[in-house]
Write a protein that binds this ligand. Structure first.
Ligand code: HEM
Length: 362
């Protein structure tokens, strides 16, 4: 049997691949640019097909996120319930900075040339309607390690927990089937990190370095990264991460590109608050003493059919403050567009009785 080579857009649980590109763009404010971006976004699926079909087995996927500043002008819809610009979090020692970004393209494939080709075509299609503000090429490092030497991604949700924690459901029916995504580019103080003993590094991460086994949570005092990023109330709130190392030894750059998909943006924000402010406040995540957040942006990932329908949106409102109600401006009704999934793949909208549905921040 020959497997079909094409992964449709917006499949946030696309395979973990050997390469990825994170492309962050801003959109020019004039009406012509907004129309050009709509058309380009609606054509994402065709571009993915064009490249995938020539690169069978490369597992190419592309996820597009749209930021709050341009959401209404691009889609003609009200904002998804939790969408807003990235909120800076200033701890006593470290700050999660907010930086510009209207569009995110998360491109993944097992070949760098295939990621490059899709990015090239996307940028060509968008033309002068967008400006690149950040572009990072990530690579898989041995057995899925970050450049600090730890295996990264182990605690990601699997099975039914995956859609339950990453796909918007009945709590926001217009946008059911979509997802929130938050990205940050971190650079590492690698020499300082390497000056620590392995035991000190393991205490900071909360896992053993060699075999990846989880350490027990400490009872009091300084908490590990894995403890500070565990969010619980009457259940645990997971997110889906596909972080990638990046860097350039010749110029002394070593980094981790953090990407987290979530059904609720507040869950990732709560993780950031616990990392940067600390729990208790003052005891921040020691990972931050060796990792500097250089960027911070967040987006909503519309379901595939909503993205494909952008070409049929009516004229753009003159200002981003004008937010027409959901429905008439978009040719494909969002509920139909989502069809109970992220458009494709294995992710299904969680059942309304799901444990995390409709939760609000603590
Ligand atoms: C320099 C950046 C970062 C690095 C190198 C890093 C690395 C790691 C590593 C090695 C683990 C343990 C293995 C695993 O479960 O994946 C982990 C766990 C985790 N990280 Fe990070 N991380 C970074 C930033 C972040 C940020 C910004 C967030 C959230 C806003 C986050 C959320 C999580 C979560 C949710 C877990 C799983 C915790 C659990 O065990 O349940 N990480 N990270």
């Amino acid at each position: 049997m020959t497997t079909r080579p094409i992964i449709p857009p917006q499949q946030i649980d696309a395979p973990l691949t050997r390469y990825s590109i994170f492309l962050v763009l801003t959109v020019a404010d004039d009406g012509g640019s907004v129309a050009a971006v709509r058309s380009a976004l609606a054509g994402t699926e065709d571009l993915v097909k064009d490249v995938s079909f020539r690169a069978s087995g490369a597992q190419l996927s592309c996820t597009v996120g749209i930021g709050s500043r341009v959401w209404t002008r691009l889609t003609g819809l009200v904002q998804p319930a939790e969408l807003h610009p990235f909120r800076e979090i200033a701890g006593a020692t470290h700050t999660a900075v907010a930086t510009p970004g209207d569009l995110l393209f998360h491109i993944r494939a097992d070949r760098h040339d295939v990621c490059f080709e899709l990015e090239r075509l996307l940028v060509e299609t968008l033309g002068t309607a967008t400006t690149t503000v950040d572009e990072v090429s990530g690579f898989r490092y041995f057995d899925r390690r970050d450049l600090l030497g730890f295996v990264d991604g182990t605690a990601n949700p699997i099975g039914p927990d995956l859609p339950d924690s990453t796909v918007v459901g009945d709590e926001d029916p217009t946008f059911a089937g979509g997802s929130y995504v938050l990205v940050q580019k971190y650079t590492h103080r690698l020499a300082a990190w390497q000056a620590l003993t392995t035991e000190q590094q393991e205490a900071i991460m909360g896992r053993r370095k060699a075999d990846n086994v989880e350490l027990d949570d400490v009872e009091s005092g300084q908490k590990a990264h894995k403890t500070l990023t565990t969010i619980t109330d009457d259940g645990e709130h997971d997110i889906l991460r596909d972080n990638m190392p990046f860097g350039s030894p010749g110029s002394g750059e070593f980094g981790t590109y953090f990407i987290g998909y979530s059904r609720h943006l507040w869950v990732i924000e709560k993780m950031l608050e616990r990392m940067f402010v600390g729990d208790p406040p003052g005891l921040h995540d020691r990972l931050l003493d060796f990792s500097v957040a250089q960027t911070g942006t967040c987006y909503f990932v519309p379901p595939a059919a909503m993205l494909a329908g952008l070409d049929d949106v009516g004229p753009a409102p003159t200002s981003s403050d004008e937010a027409p109600g959901p429905g008439p401006a978009l040719a494909v009704p969002p509920q139909d567009a989502a069809r109970g999934t992220l458009g494709i793949g294995s992710l299904k909208i969680p059942h309304p009785t799901s444990t995390t549905a409709g939760r609000t921040p603590r």
